[in-house]
Design a protein around this ligand. Sequence first.
Ligand code: NAI
Ligand code: HPV
Length: 411
Amino acid sequence: MTDSKTSLNKDKIKFLLLEGVHQSAVDSLKNAGYTNIEYHKAALNEDELIEAIKDAHFVGLRSRTQLTRKVFENAPKLVAAGCFCIGTNQVDLQAATEHGVAVFNAPYSNTRSVAELVIAEAILLLRGIPAKNAGCHRGEWQKSAEGSFEIRGKTLGIIGYGSIGSQMSVLAESLGMRVFFYDVINRLPLGNAVQCKSLNELLAKSDVVSLHVPETGATKNMIGEREINAMKKGAILLNASRGTVVDIDALAAAMESGHIAGCAIDVFPVEPKGNNEEFQSPLRAFDNAILTPHIGGSTMEAQENIGFEVAEKLVKYSDNGTTITSVNFPEVALPSHDKVHRLLHVHKNVPGVLTAINKIFSESDINICGQYLQTNDKLGYVILDVDRAYSEMALEQLRKVTGTIRCRVLF
Ligand SMILES: NC(=O)C1=CN([C@@H]2O[C@H](COP(=O)(O)OP(=O)(O)OC[C@H]3O[C@@H](n4cnc5c(N)ncnc54)[C@H](O)[C@@H]3O)[C@@H](O)[C@H]2O)C=CC1
Ligand SMILES: O=C(O)C(=O)COP(=O)(O)O
């Protein structure tokens, strides 16, 4: 260990970046002094990931990499994971927490990109453009107004009125749509949007239904045969949330029968592992289905912003222990620690740990220059700034405290 701001020289701290995260992330890390970066353009499978992550302190991923419990068990040095995207369902958050690994994401950087895409898709589908476009490519000429509608005056039903859903709501109203939404929590309606009391109410009212919920146990197959039948005949379904949310076979059947007039699907229950693998889906058979390869958040603007945002969060955590916006750690914004050494103690949030920590300091000569504590339901996170001469001794003592998950020192 050397006398730098971190417990290791910065060039010894390894960042494993996967799935071609934007160059802005690499630049940000390098500008902050972190040069030990292993960069992969694609996702790694579990075995490859276990090999690459075994000496990594930080990992950066997007939606495809699965950070499973087994991966955490084989990543002894890992202190944080950065999801360069919104969703964190690809990370076993419970395992991350149990291993004391802080997880970060970029909760807003691609919000607008998704909202713009789904609005565009709604306009195209209401006009029957995907099928007309496919016809023209085959040499057909289908000039007709039959089945083509303006978006103005139509009813949009948004399921999940969070960042993306509410952004979509604003765009849709500006185009003259009437907006209803359904959410498990009461959300402030923007503009003239109205919250529905039930999913069924929303499905029965909407000409266009758009899904913006996270992947959870409760959203799995949230739209199946029953829900599709509850939609208006001739309605349109948009899904740019997660592939597990819609029962694709039920949707394919409704497309076949014409009950659903068109759909735009960006996410699938099973997605190809890479750009070289064939995409399989029963929806390929339908000209009136817009199928996109999980690119809702894939714009140059979003990817660049995400790169900066998540890299900055990882740098702050590495440099001084700040955990603001972490999805699993107690959130603490910390000042710099120029003249002292900083101890970061992550422990199970169970009775007795704080008493044990305070006992160590009350029974020793170690002078505490600053102390911060934050907890959530699973974890306690104690930060102690101490005189430089005592940090190694304090670290040794703290590691012995029952309930300790991880303890390290920033020099
Ligand atoms: N296709 C793509 O490339 C992208 C997809 N996404 C997906 O979009 C999802 C939504 O993103 P945000 O709007 O940023 O998330 P958010 O967390 O801001 O909003 C999600 C909303 O869904 C609601 N919700 C949760 N469970 C529900 C349920 N069972 N029924 C009804 N409502 C429920 C929540 O209360 C919340 O209001 C992400 O979790 C991610 O999976 C996000 C970005 C890009
Ligand atoms: O932000 C999200 O949740 C997404 O789904 C985008 O995923 P991606 O970074 O494009 O693999």
